[in-house]
Structure formats: C-alpha cells, structure tokens
Design a protein around this ligand. Structure first.
Ligand code: FES
Ligand SMILES: [Fe+2]
Length: 376
C-alpha cells in the first residue's frame, strides 16, 4: 500500500459531530467535524498512553481522549488540554498527533495520507460529470477481500469483460473474438485504454433497447495506486462513466467507493435499477478476484505469463514500481511483525517542519534490495 495519495475516508454524510473510527492503509484514524463544520482526520492513537481517540468525544474544535481527557485540535493535531496538569498546564512539544489534509468532494471525505507538501501532492481523480446537467451520479460502497493491486488490475483488463461479464460479452463463443490492438493512454498518475468490441444487448428488461446487440466502446484506467475509472459507451448517446475510489483498509481488504455518472435514463427513479445492475457486475468481478492466487500480485512478472492484451496492466505495474522507488510503499510486513510492541503512523505533512514525535513514521519498503535480488 502507498502513502502520499488521497484516499476516501468516509461518505461525507457519515461524518457529523460524533467521532468516526476508520482504518486505512493498515492504520487507524478518527474523523470528526469541528464547530465550523470542517471535517478532520487525525491519527487515532492518543500519544499520552495509547487510547483510541475515536472512542472519545468531540469538544468544539477538538477531539477528547476517553482515557484521561487530553484534547487534540482537528486542524493541526496539537494537544490543547491536559486536564491532570490543571488549567495552566505547559503542553509538551511531543503532545501532538498526525493531522492529515482533508478535502470534501463528490459527497466523499478524502484524506491525504502522507507528508508531501501541498504543491507536490497527486490530485484526487477528477469526476468532471459531477453536478453537470444531463448527468446523474450514484454512489455505492463495496467491500472486497482483496489486495488493491489485484482489484485495479481487474478493472484495467480489457480481456476479462468477454468472460466475466455476460451482459457485455459472449464468454468467448464468437469465433472472431479477440482484444483489438490498443494504445496505452498515459496520464501523470496512471494509464488506461479504450477499445471497441461487439457485445449483446443489455439483458435486464428495464435496460433493453439501450444499445441493442452490436459494437460498444469501453475502457478503463487507473489514477494512482488504487483509484480507477471505467467508461462504457453503449451507443453515441448512452454513456456510463464510473469512478472507483478504492481505499485499502489493509493489505487484504478493500473498501470501494463506486461512483457512476450516467447520461441516459438520468432520472432518480432509475437509480435502483441501475445500481442493482452495477452491483451484479461488481459481484462478477469480486468472485474471480477474491479467488486469485497468490493473494498479492507476484513481485516479478516472470511468475505469470503476460500477453499483449495485458499491456495496460504491465504499464500500471511500472507506475507501482516508480511510486515504490520514491519511498512511498508502506512496509506492511514490518508493521505487522512489530504490531504488539510498537505503533507507527503514516507521517503527516507537519513532520517535514517539526521534530519530536512520540509515534514513529511508518517504515517503507526498500525497492533497491528486491531489484538487486532479482538481478542476481
Ligand atoms: S491515553 Fe489519551 S489521555 Fe491518556
Ligand atoms: Fe470487470
């Protein structure tokens, strides 16, 4: 899993004036809204003696720890009150928790889990249709028992649709089936492709006639390690653009915030039908991906047999390698090994400016070592 990207922490509607406990990238956080309605995301572990802040209370702009009542401010994580020392307490410099930048967009609370300064942060994946006339956006949340990389590779894969999704493919029964040659589209934080293929009419009676049997254009791409988009063009005027903001809860669990923008049947009364169809399609992927082995994408692609139609996946793996070489990949094995003896936190931007933190920054992998082992 990678630090230094924006991740969806929660649906905006679920973050109100009581603290919310969330887990992302294998670490715990507390989310809450301050007196002005601004959402905050702090590392959940109280630096006094380790209690869970999310099980405390919101007091004005602060979160109060349930153990000894220390308070921490939402915007900078600094301790503002140590009740046991009385009203004139001198607050130690180390009495602070990591506070992560927050943005609310598309009805989602995003937290930037990393220490990059603002100008260097990879942006949140854009959803240009949101709020536009003629488009309807629905939001669904799914949980998968899968590693984020396996899940994104599934989304990027132009060759699985024919076999995994009966409403968009013929399970290979057409003699002329093949994935056409495609170009890998390059963006700053990801890659993707669009291809044209023949597919059946949509089977659901309420969707019938939307496209008819024939050609459709579809494609997908990633944005950062765990977000991905899919574009389905059933016909010239019936498009579904889907945005999967997936947050790794840990290496083995993925929370998928799935936003679909559609420009057909865009009345809210159609939401239930469309969402039901989306869930069915999502389940078709889920049952395959939750069974792949090994659980993680192998470290070396020689341990699989990749072919031309896996081209986007190959390119995505290069992005993953690049982000790892920047020192952004969390060493989850080490965190897990030490879990009961030592706590870590994803470093927040404030760590670039101030020293003295009680909790050590999460260890990151050392890609140079793995690459060297492969070469030998
Ligand atoms: S552990 Fe939080 S105040 Fe003591
Ligand atoms: Fe799929």
């Amino acid at each position: 899993m990678f630090m230094n990207f924006w991740y969806v922490a929660e649906l905006s509607e679920n973050v109100q004036d009581t603290p919310v406990h969330v887990r992302m990238l294998g670490f715990d956080y507390v989310l809450f809204r301050d007196s002005g309605g601004q959402a905050h995301c702090l590392s959940n572990l109280c630096v006094h003696r380790g209690a869970s802040l999310a099980h405390g209370k919101v007091k004005g702009d602060n979160i109060e720890c349930p153990y000894h009542g220390w308070q921490f401010k939402g915007d900078d994580g600094l301790c503002t009150k140590i009740p046991s020392l009385g009203p004139d307490a001198k607050i130690p410099a180390r009495a602070k928790v990591d506070s992560y930048p927050v943005q609310e967009k598309y009805g989602l609370v995003f937290a930037f889990l990393g220490d990059l300064p603002e100008a260097e942060r990879p942006p949140i994946m854009d959803l240009p249709e949101y709020g536009q006339d003629g488009w309807r956006v629905t939001t669904q949340v799914y949980e998968w028992t899968a590693n984020f990389q396996r899940a994104v590779e599934n989304t990027l894969d132009p060759a699985h649709t024919e076999f995994v999704h009966p409403s968009m493919g013929y399970q290979g029964d057409r003699d002329d089936y093949h994935v056409p040659d495609f170009e890998v589209l390059e963006e700053a934080w990801g890659c993707g492709t669009m291809t044209t293929f023949v597919s059946p009419d949509l089977p659901d009676s309420k969707m019938k006639g939307l496209k008819g049997e024939g050609e459709m254009e579809a494609g997908a791409g990633n944005h950062g390690p765990s977000s991905a988009w899919t574009k389905l063009h059933f016909g010239p005027h019936a498009w579904a653009h889907q945005y999967g903001f997936s947050t790794p809860v840990d290496e083995k669990t993925l929370k998928r915030y799935f936003l679909q923008a559609r420009n057909f049947r865009a009345n809210p009364e159609m939401d239930a039908t469309i969402n039901e169809r989306n869930t069915a399609v999502m389940m078709q992927d889920k049952v395959v991906i939750e069974r792949v082995e090994p659980f993680y994408t192998p470290q070396y692609s020689t341990e699989e047999v990749l072919v031309k139609s896996d081209g986007v996946i190959t390119r995505y793996r290069e992005f993953i390698q690049d982000w790892e070489s920047r020192g952004w990949r969390i060493d989850s094995a080490k965190v897990g090994e030490l879990r009961e003896e030592k706590s870590f936190a994803i470093p927040s931007p404030a760590r670039r400016n101030t020293k003295s933190w009680a909790i050590e920054a999460a260890p990151v992998t050392q890609p140079g070592i793995a690459t060297k082992a492969a070469a030998e």
